[in-house]
Each structure stands twice: as C-alpha cells, then as structure tokens.
Design a protein around this ligand. Structure first.
Ligand code: 1GP
Length: 243
C-alpha cells in the first residue's frame, strides 16, 4: 500500500495524522538520536525531511532514521538538491501561492529524471505559503509573496485551483517558526472547499495550537521548530492528535 493510500485510509477512518519535520542541518549526532528515541515514544505517522536551505546530506540522515525506526520517511524538499532515493515517498511540492516559475515547475524539471529512475512514490502537493507576521525562510528563499493572513478567499481559490490541477494534497504553510500559525478560519474555509487531504504546519507551538488546527479541519499536522527547542513536546503533541 502506498503512503498516500494510508493517508486516505486514515482520514476515511476519521483519524488525524502527525508529521514531525526534521531539518537535516539541525538534527545530527546526539540530537538525532534523542529525536528518534522520542519518535519511538510519540509514534508520529510520518517523518518529513527537508528545509528551505540545507547543506547536510539527506541520504545519510534518512539512512540513520531508517536503521533506527520504521516510521515512514517522506521528503519535504526545499529544492531539487534535497532529493534522496532513500526516502519512502516525497511531497512533490508546487508553490501555488507564489508566482515564481522555478518553484512551480523549474525545480521539478531538474529533479524529475532522478525521481523517475528511483521509483519513489510522489505525492503532488499544492504548497501554499500564508503570511505569518514576519518574513519566513521559505518566503525569502522562494522569492515569492505569501497569501495575506486574513485573505481567506484568496487561499480558498488557490486551494481549489491546486486540486483542479491534479494535486493530491494541499499544504497550508505559515513557515517554519512562524509568529502566527494559519488561522482556524482559513483552515476551515479551505477544508470545506477541497476534497483532498489538508496538511497544516508552521508556528504550531502548543497543544492548543494543534487542537485549533485539528478542529478547523486539518488532516495532517506538521511540527518542526518547536520540537527542536523542546523535543519532549512531541509525545504530548502525538497524544493530542491521536485523541
Ligand atoms: C515548516 O510547516 C513546517 O515547513 C513546520 O513548521 O517548524 O514552525 O513547526 P514549524
């Protein structure tokens, strides 16, 4: 069964999924060992690997994770250079909130031959950056403008377009370490207007933030930055998401 099929099955069974994000540059050595130990306790559904700008080897990181646990590893690449055939699947992200052709199709053309050769599962994802109170790395590195925080109608229209273009997932992204997460109002409106799974991430710091996103309609919750600062929170987040 593919990872996408597992996601769809979980959603059909009314379950929410928890994805933890690892930045290859920040999670090395003892930090990685501790992170994997916590993953074994918190049992996230997915481990996402990626970042806006990374220099460490994605291959080596994935090898270490896969040796230590059986949680599916999904690439969340900031650029084509982060591709690794060692992952179980990848979010094939198209930054549909922006108007930079490089992140709509350019990086895909560069990576496509390698992806095809590897046979890795790809999940086309309409990736939408939402303004969150300060310039985020993804906004700067992608050279795109985020959708304004309160412009729900623009987010809804963008998500509908993403689904109509054939994306299998929509990802509402406030940006790693965002001051403000995506609002419950925007999550709810987008969810009501699409029929594909909805991922929400960026700036989710507390169990209450997670609950808000879930109640608003997020199917998959992503947490990264806060777990670098307070790794133990992973277990609590896992409990909230599975409750
Ligand atoms: C960022 O959505 C992810 O791409 C996670 O964001 O690091 O703020 O949890 P945080």
């Amino acid at each position: 069964m593919t990872i996408y099929q597992k996601i769809k099955e979980a959603i059909a069974a009314d379950k929410k999924l928890f994805a933890v994000l690892i930045d290859p540059d920040k999670c090395i050595g003892d930090t990685l060992t501790q992170f994997i130990d916590l993953c074994k306790k918190a049992s996230p559904d997915l481990i996402l690997i990626g970042g806006s700008l990374t220099t460490e080897s994605t291959d080596l990181l994935i090898e270490s994770i896969k040796k230590a646990c059986s949680i599916p590893v999904v690439l969340f690449p900031g650029s084509a250079s982060q591709f690794s055939p060692k992952a179980d699947a990848m979010l094939y992200l198209s930054l549909i909130s922006g108007r930079n052709p490089d992140f709509l199709i350019g990086q895909h053309v560069i990576s496509a031959p390698f992806i095809k050769k590897s046979g890795i599962e790809t999940m086309s994802t309409g990736y939408m950056l939402i303004e969150s109170g300060a310039t985020t790395s993804v906004e700067y590195m992608s050279n795109t403008r985020a959708i304004p925080h309160k412009k729900t109608s623009i987010a809804v229209a963008t998500a509908i377009a993403g689904e109509l273009l054939g994306n299998k997932l929509i990802y509402l992204e406030a940006g790693s370490g965002a001051k403000l997460p995506v609002s419950a109002e925007m999550i709810q409106a987008v969810k009501q207007n699409i029929s594909i799974p909805l991922i929400v991430g960026g700036g989710l710091r507390t169990p209450a933030d997670i609950q808000n996103a879930i109640h608003a309609g997020a199917d998959i919750i992503v947490a990264g930055n806060i777990l670098e600062k307070d790794p133990e929170l992973m277990v609590e987040f896992g409990r909230v998401i599975k409750a």
